[in-house]
Structures are given as structure tokens and as C-alpha cells.
Design a protein around this ligand. Structure first.
Ligand code: SAM
Length: 176
């Protein structure tokens, strides 16, 4: 897969959500996780994270947006239910991306949205849990950039994956 990605949240307040986000980010191969203006007590977040992702993946804790430092060329992508956000199923992910979610109570700040190169929304009827929203965006990135190609037309997996090819007998040797 080309590029890399990071994911984080602005003003996240529940350690369980940060732990879940870290774990999923680790599982999907994120390069780092970050928070902006989050609570400092990480102990509970570690406790909720059974894969101990916080020790496996770099975690940056910035107190404000101004402190946030992204690698050169890395595009900030807001994840928020705004009117003009691009719907996730038709969004092309930047190869180098840092995704930013809003807090449990509230939305991404105007200042954060302003810094985003893109804003995407998941086509749900209402707001879903913040770590779940992050997981869906990471899954969509993986699905669209993982080199899987188009899905088969018929239900089920691709033909090659279902049945292993078995070489038939040599036609010449068999005299056919
Ligand atoms: C639980 S929601 C925020 C709650 C909601 N704004 C409210 O106060 O009613 C937390 C964060 O999850 C993300 N989120 C949840 N559902 C989303 C969706 N359908 N599309 C994009 N982002 C979503 C956004 O980043 C949002 O700021």
C-alpha cells in the first residue's frame, strides 16, 4: 500500500474511546495516533487497550492545534458530518493522510476544519461513536488502497480464492 496514515481526535474525553481508536489504528497499520487537547490521564486508555497498542504505536498528545506537527506532504482530513463534506464511499484518500475526528460531545472546531485539506462524512442518519467513525474511515482506506481490485459480480469471493487451481494432465503426453 502506498503512503501512510495517522489518525487522531480533537478534545477526546473518554479513555475508552482513545484506547479503541489506538487499537484499531494499530491493527490497520497506522503510523501514529494523536490527540489535540485531550485529557492527560492515559492509564485508563492503556487499560482498555488489550493489544497494548499505546506501546506499539507512537502516540502524540498535542495541547492545541498550533502544537500539531504533521510530516511534510501529509494532508489533514477531517472526519465530520458537515453539509459540504465528501461522502466516504466516493472519497479518494490522499496517500499521506492524517485523519482528525471531533470530540464525543460536539464537533470538530472551526479552526480544525479550516486546516483540513478535505472533510469526509460517513453516510449515516446521525452521528455515531467517535472511535467507530475512525474505524470505518480506516477500513475504507484499506479497502480502496489495499490493492484488492473490484469485487466480483456474483455473490461470494473471487473464483481464484475459492478454489485452488489444479494443473490438468499434459495433453501431449496423454496423446490427445
Ligand atoms: C459522537 S460524534 C459527535 C457528537 C455530535 N456532534 C453531537 O454532539 O450530537 C463524535 C465525532 O465522531 C465523528 N463522527 C460521528 N459520526 C460521523 C459521521 N457519520 N460522519 C463523519 N464523522 C462522524 C465526528 O468526528 C464527530 O465529531
Amino acid at each position: 500500500m502506498r503512503g501512510y496514515f495517522a489518525i487522531g481526535s480533537e478534545r477526546i474525553s473518554k479513555p475508552m474511546n482513545l484506547g479503541a481508536l489506538m487499537r484499531t489504528a494499530h491493527a490497520f497499520g497506522a503510523s501514529f495516533v494523536f490527540s489535540i487537547g485531550a485529557e492527560r490521564n492515559l492509564k485508563e486508555a492503556y487499560a482498555s487497550d488489550t493489544s497494548k497498542s499505546a506501546g506499539q504505536i507512537p502516540y502524540y498528545q498535542w495541547d492545541s492545534l498550533d502544537e500539531m506537527q504533521l510530516p511534510k506532504g501529509c494532508q489533514l482530513v477531517g472526519i465530520e458530518l458537515t453539509d459540504d463534506a465528501v461522502e466516504l464511499p466516493v472519497f479518494r484518500h490522499p496517500p499521506q493522510a492524517a485523519y482528525i475526528l471531533g470530540p464525543e460531545k460536539g464537533n470538530l472546531s472551526a479552526a480544525a476544519l479550516e486546516r483540513c485539506a478535505h472533510v469526509v462524512k460517513i453516510p449515516t442518519r446521525f452521528c455515531i461513536n467517535v472511535s467507530l467513525a475512525g474505524a470505518l474511515v480506516m477500513y475504507d482506506r484499506h479497502l480502496s488502497m489495499g490493492g484488492y481490485g473490484p469485487k466480483p459480480i456474483m455473490p461470494g469471493g473471487p473464483e481464484g480464492a475459492r478454489r485452488k487451481h489444479v494443473q490438468g494432465p499434459d495433453r501431449k503426453k496423454a496423446g490427445r
